[in-house]
Design a protein around this ligand. Sequence first.
Ligand code: ADP
Length: 364
Amino acid sequence: MTGGGIRFDRVTVAYGGNTVLDALDLTVEPGEVMALLGPSGSGKTTALRAVAGFVRPVSGRVYLGDRDVTGLPPHRRGIGMVVQQYALFPHMRVQDNVAFGLKANKVSRPEIPGRVTEALELVGMAAYAGRYPRELSGGQQQRVAIARALAIRPGVLLLDEPLSALDAQLRSGMLAELARLHRELPDVSILYVTHDQVEALTLADRIAVMDRARLQDCGTPQELYRRPRTEFTASFVGNANLLPVTVGPGSVAFAGHDLKLPTGDAATGSTATLCVRPHLVGLGDGPNALTGTVSEVQWRGSTHRLYVDVDGHRVKADMRELRDTPALGEKVTLHFASEDAVLLPVHPARPAVENRTLTGGARG
Ligand code: ADP
């Protein structure tokens, strides 16, 4: 087993002069699950394929442990990889699909049956060894694909949107299954490509947020959720109010309101974006009060979502089911605790974050 994690050292990939991965610096620690999260086309799969050896960086190096593998062909990297479409051989039984990689990796013949059973047992598919892929459900096929990737006992497992071909219910079952698998294989580093924030938040030890060929942010799910560093992260990981403010000494001004927030090293007079999560905004008077009129009320089962127009800015507030919901057009006061707010630099290229459509990211 080749453990030791993955390291991208300023890895750049370009197609026909078009940079699709821009100087990626990222380390996946041994045994860590790292999710690469971002919208479609942001470069996630390209990063994964650079680790697998299917794309050649124009510059930068890829390391597995302390081994520089940048120039190595895929089959010499000792990596397990699972893609969205399972990619099982249809004419081979499950056991032969799993054995395939072992033969390619020159595992000795007598050792193969035991290794096949071991891998199939890991994913709960040992009873299906004699079946053909067409005799299996999508979820079962994906388990076999995972078994095939694990059979070579890789130190690194690459998963490229492994759940996206499954329906919602199967997907949540497979998520739990992947989490269990990782507990059973604690030394395997996993790089997991997804555009789905729920998958990333559920599975990953850390999330690397990608946008437009660049790494935007990297941290634990909690860090990214509570203390995002960019507007993009704030809106892609969870739901966010992103409000334009002007920084004053020890406070910020927003739509005629003076909010007592720590301003850090933001210069007085500069503009910034205030990020506060909708579920941390309360109804009624309190610290950092904002007054506005209710423009929409949505009942979402366990919560009510209020949209409040504060001087032309739409502020979202999620609260546990309200007994008395305010009427449309009613004047209300909202508030939030200073420690629940984060001041972010304004992203010059993305002034209209609220109106952006994101695949699988912020909802609502
Ligand atoms: P993601 O996985 O985040 O959806 P990809 O890494 O697949 O994004 O793609 C990043 C960009 O690179 C996209 O604009 C895509 O069209 C482009 N791209 C990917 N593979 C190729 C290729 N073989 N030739 C040319 N362009 C490619």
